[in-house]
Design a protein around this ligand. Structure first.
Ligand SMILES: [Fe+2]
Length: 259
């Protein structure tokens, strides 16, 4: 059997959340998507995600929401993240941090392990090694899942590729998030893992990573805390559609999508 998994890149604003509410279920139907993962760490604009936005994205058609370096900045969402098993934060945070770093979900009768991990290179906070943390999860959950996918939230392209190759053949799909710019390297690695360095973003286009250029440029130029606001272009969702073969336990395709 083939399972079709949609992954949507970092939601950058409430506008991105509304876009998913208006379009995600239709995209899922048209493309026979069995399961959808959305990275929601910036859904409240720039920093973090509120409980209400997580609920809106789940209702919009996200089966799992993944996070990243901004996820744990919003203290008000901690109790919700503890309760909601399908809203993740990176698994390599210390173990006593609220929330969950992975989930096992039923997809067409198969147990899909969804892991969220964060890189350590040019990104803060610097968490535990993603290699070690993910290895531990695979060992702990051995026999309790059929297929696995991972959102690897990281800045450095080399680190993302290294994680992709490290888990080639062990995790059927490793896709990168965080940089908001989709990369052109989607491929199948030698042992059958679908890989892409970054799947892009979901939010207003025409700016810098979803933000109005002026504030970002001034912040970069002056090193002062100029405020960010959402860009003013058309809202788009970018990501990848991954097809997994449940018998061979490999990915058979990975294609960029946008709507
Ligand atoms: Fe991020």
């Amino acid at each position: 059997m083939k399972i079709r998994i949609l992954a949507i890149g970092d939601v950058t604003s409430p506008g991105g959340v509304s876009h998913l509410s208006q379009n995600l279920w239709a995209f899922r139907r048209e493309n026979a998507v069995d399961f959808c993962i959305v990275n929601g760490e910036n859904a409240s604009l720039v920093y973090s995600m509120k409980e209400e936005q997580a609920k809106e994205m789940l209702a919009a058609g996200a089966d799992v929401i993944t996070g990243g370096n901004h996820t744990m900045r919003n203290l008000s969402a901690f109790s919700y993240m503890d309760k909601e098993k399908n809203v993740l934060r990176p698994c390599n945070f210390p173990t006593d941090v609220p929330g969950h770093g992975y989930a096992v979900c039923d997809v067409c009768g198969y147990r899909l392990l969804v892991i969220n991990a964060m890189g350590q290179v040019h990104i803060e906070p610097v968490l535990d090694s993603p290699f070690t943390a993910v290895d531990k999860i695979l060992k702990r959950e051995e026999g309790k899942y059929d297929l696995a996918v991972m959102d690897f939230h990281a800045e450095a392209t080399g680190e993302k590729l290294a994680v992709g190759y490290a888990f080639d053949g062990k995790i059927q799909a490793v896709f990168g998030t965080h940089t908001h710019v989709p990369t052109a390297d989607a491929c199948l690695l030698p042992r059958g893992t679908a890989y892409v360095t970054d799947i892009g973003m979901c939010g207003e286009t025409g700016g810098i990573l979803g933000m109005e250029p002026k504030g970002v440029v001034e912040r970069m130029r002056t090193h002062l805390s100029y405020p960010f606001s959402a860009a003013k272009g058309q809202v788009r969702a970018q990501g990848v559609l991954i097809v997994l073969d449940t018998d061979k336990k490999v990915a058979v395709s990975i294609d960029r999508i946008e709507f």
